[in-house]
Design a protein around this ligand. Structure first.
Ligand code: BES
Ligand code: MN
Ligand code: ZN
Length: 511
């Protein structure tokens, strides 16, 4: 990953491939953002005009490259759009900085070193810029023969991500600034690892392989890990996870990651949907709906990344991560529509549609998580196409059995720059899942399908436990072009919200 440092150096003397500056949309055209004073000065104070001549407006995501003024050691200036200029006396929004840093890092693919001279108010701005750089520079090229990072590369024509970023305007000796950089590195490294897992093709990442990656990372970071294999799942009666995995040649797993702090006062449980490939099972998905279904383990990847990040940050809270891993495939041994599963909770479920598999694996993991009586459970899942229809491809839905907790989760998501929106759990939708044969069916009314799924999950949360459900089906996997610090493919959405929730829990500010 890109190396990140703080620097007090002045822009002109910096040996780098480029200096990144900010340009905002002002009332009368582009304005040069604070941090770029030295560059503007070397342009005789005419930089805003120069940028306007080049067509820059300061819009979000806009990247304008221009030659550095004489006297600068770096040859290139990259002016990146910050969106509308903030009102007088107010600071640039952290998310605008994060996005701009990401867009600049992407534009600098192939470069060795860049200096970021973006506006810095406080330590949290340093953190946002750092995150933006590290997340924006991400690329997944493990399967590309021309990748420079690939030791077996036949041709080395591919470009490597930006190798080094130096943040100007930060204070390397300031405790808060240093902590902000350390936090950005820990969170972004683990988030990028989640992206790698999501992008890894399903023939190379089955439940067993995912469990092995989690086990190795847990050992490295002092997290206790427990893997339930098929035998253990059978012994324990995990009918949901086993039922979903029954059609696959690769058996399911339930992974439990326990991070504990001696100073913890709270216990947060995180549950992730980890379908390493969702073919739909016997209720097979039609062609066109299955090419990206390697992303169906994004919830588990987010939970895994968040637990490791929390451990690296040494937060004073106990966090348990549950990864419900299975591959949903059709075969002679697969669960059929009409089968009844006896779940870990003891409830019976009539499987009407084997493509509604996420709720089945989550149900067992939620019940297992509930047994430890945590202060709160948050599950994360690419659960329904319906949530994608409702909220689009950049926003995840939040449902909960507690209104205040749902609001707290929403606030945390906003704080870290993850678009999310609260969704209801309307009681009247529950009866649509009534089954003539079993306690409940795994499908109900089509309308409001995302909420129906949430209501199903609620049945498997232990009595009295605060719970929220994040349906990330929309933002988990970016099928469009990259934007801001979001790449094409796996996005790692929800990781930052989960880490923030753990921080809030540690400081006693989460319910
Ligand atoms: N993994 C899918 C949901 C999904 C769809 C995620 C598109 C990301 C992008 C999930 O398992 C599923 O198939 N849900 C069904 C449920 C239905 C059968 C009740 C759906 O949403 O169609
Ligand atoms: Mn499915
Ligand atoms: Zn699925």
């Amino acid at each position: 990953m890109t190396a990140l440092t703080l620097s007090t150096a002045a822009a002109p003397g910096l040996r780098a491939d480029a200096i990144v500056i900010g340009v905002a949309k002002g009332a009368k055209g582009p304005v040069v953002a604070p941090g770029a004073e030295a560059v503007d000065k070397a342009y005789d104070g005419r930089l805003a005009g120069v940028l306007e001549t080049l067509g820059a407006a300061g819009a979000e995501g806009e990247v304008t490259k221009l030659p550095a003024p004489s006297g600068f050691k770096a040859p290139l200036v990259v002016a990146v759009g910050l969106g509308s200029e903030p009102e007088k006396d107010s600071a640039y929004d952290a998310e605008a900085l994060r996005k701009a840093a990401g867009a600049a890092a992407r534009a600098l693919t192939g470069a060795k070193k860049a200096a970021f001279a973006l506006p810095v108010g406080d330590a949290s701005d340093i953190g946002a810029i750092g995150e933006g750089v590290l997340l924006g520079a991400y690329s997944f090229d493990a399967y590309k023969n021309n990748a420079p990072s690939n030791s077996a590369a036949k041709d080395k024509n591919g470009k490597a991500p930006l190798a080094e970023a130096s943040l100007l305007g930060g204070k390397p000796r300031d405790k808060e600034h240093k902590a902000a950089v350390d936090r950005a590195i820990a969170v972004a490294e683990e988030l990028n690892r989640a992206r790698d897992l999501i992008n890894t093709p399903p023939n190379d990442l089955d439940p067993e392989a995912f469990a092995a990656v989690a086990t190795a990372a847990a050992k490295e970071h002092g997290i206790k890990v427990q893997v339930l294999d098929v035998k253990a799942l059978e012994k324990g009666g995990y009918g949901g996870i086993l039922g979903v995995g029954a059609g696959s040649a690769a058996g399911p797993r339930l992974v439990k990651l326990s991070y504990t702090s001696s100073k913890a006062k709270k216990h947060l449980a995180l549950v992730g949907k980890g379908i390493t490939y969702d073919s739909g099972g016997i209720s097979l998905k039609p062609a066109g709906h299955n090419e990206t279904m390697k992303c169906d383990m994004s919830g588990a990847a987010a939970v895994f990344a968040a637990v490791v990040a929390v451990a690296r940050l040494g937060l004073e809270v106990n966090v348990t991560g549950w990864l419900a891993l299975a591959e949903n495939m059709p075969s002679g041994s697969a669960t059929r529509p009409g089968d009844v599963l006896r779940m870990y909770s003891g409830k019976t479920v009539e499987v009407l549609n084997t493509d509604a598999e996420g709720r089945l694996v989550l149900a067992d993991a939620l019940w297992a998580a509930s047994a430890e009586k945590p202060d709160a459970i948050v599950d994360v899942a690419t659960l329904t196409g319906a949530m994608m229809l409702a909220l689009g491809s950049r926003t995840f839905g939040i449902m909960a059995n507690d209104d205040a907790f749902r609001s707290a989760v929403h606030e945390a998501a906003e704080e870290v720059g993850e678009p999310a929106w609260p969704m209801p759990l309307p009681e009247h939708l529950r009866k649509g899942m009534d089954s003539p044969t079993a306690d409940i069916a795994n499908m109900g009314e089509r309308m409001g399908g995302g909420l129906v799924a949430g209501l199903f999950l609620r049945e498997f949360v232990g009595e009295g436990i605060t719970w929220a459900h994040l349906d990330i089906a929309g933002p988990a996997f970016n099928e469009g072009g990259p934007f801001g610090y979001t790449p094409k493919g796996g996005t790692g959405t929800a990781v930052r919200t989960l880490v923030r929730l753990a921080e809030l829990s540690a400081s006693g500010d989460l319910g």
